[in-house]
Design a protein around this ligand. Structure first.
Ligand code: GAR
Length: 192
């Protein structure tokens, strides 16, 4: 059985989409663990209710400790694929090196537009609306040492309407994220 480790910092609706897709037999793998960036986030509740082990990163850990704890958890959970599903911390370079081309991220814009440091969550959608863009969407890409710069795997476009607010746009795109992310995971894991 192949293993997926999910990293999350928020409500975990993308994490849930992966759980549901595995439940429907679309992804041939199991989630061996969740890495949560802080306590109290929705993703942890979802892990508990689905009996998925979770680990909460220590507060204010130095870069060295952060990478040590991550590498030791990853060794235990032995992932074939690591999925960043709304994870807002930078992944240490040791982890990227050790899991090169095995870490993917979902980002709520059509990268390379509206990506990079500072562009996360609602901030992305606010920037898109402020710029008067007529389309936006979501991107799944491989993770390298540079924020949102790894090779793009797949994107879904959505139309930005005149009456869209950052919040309505976020909702529209999140719906597409929930299809795109499981779809890419299945393509990667079911074929290799
Ligand atoms: C998602 O929209 C994801 O694309 C975004 O955070 C949200 C997490 O929602 N990620 C980023 O902005 C990364 N730069 P979720 O916790 O409900 O899955």
């Amino acid at each position: 059985m192949k293993n997926i480790v999910v990293f999350a910092s928020g409500s975990g609706s993308n994490f849930q989409a992966i759980i549901d897709s595995i439940g429907k037999g679309e992804i041939e793998a199991q989630i061996s663990g969740l890495i949560a960036s802080r306590p109290g986030i929705g993703a942890i509740e979802r892990a508990i209710s689905h009996n998925i082990p979770h680990y909460i990163l220590p507060d204010k850990s130095s870069e060295a400790t952060f990478s040590e704890v991550l590498l030791s958890k990853l060794k235990e959970w032995n992932p074939n694929l690591i999925v960043l599903a709304g994870f807002l911390k930078k992944i240490p370079s040791e982890v990227i090196e050790q899991y090169r081309n095995k870490i993917i991220n979902i980002h709520p814009s059509l990268l390379p537009k509206f990506g990079g440091k500072g562009y996360y969550g609602i901030k992305v959608h606010r920037a898109v609306v402020d710029a008067g863009e007529t389309e936006s969407g979501c991107t799944v890409h491989f993770v390298n040492e540079h924020y949102d710069k790894g090779d793009i795997i797949k994107q879904t476009k959505v139309v930005v309407s005149d009456d869209d607010t950052p919040e309505t746009l976020a909702q529209k795109i999140l719906k597409e994220e929930h299809k795109l992310l499981p779809n890419v995971i299945a393509e990667i894991l079911n074929n290799n």
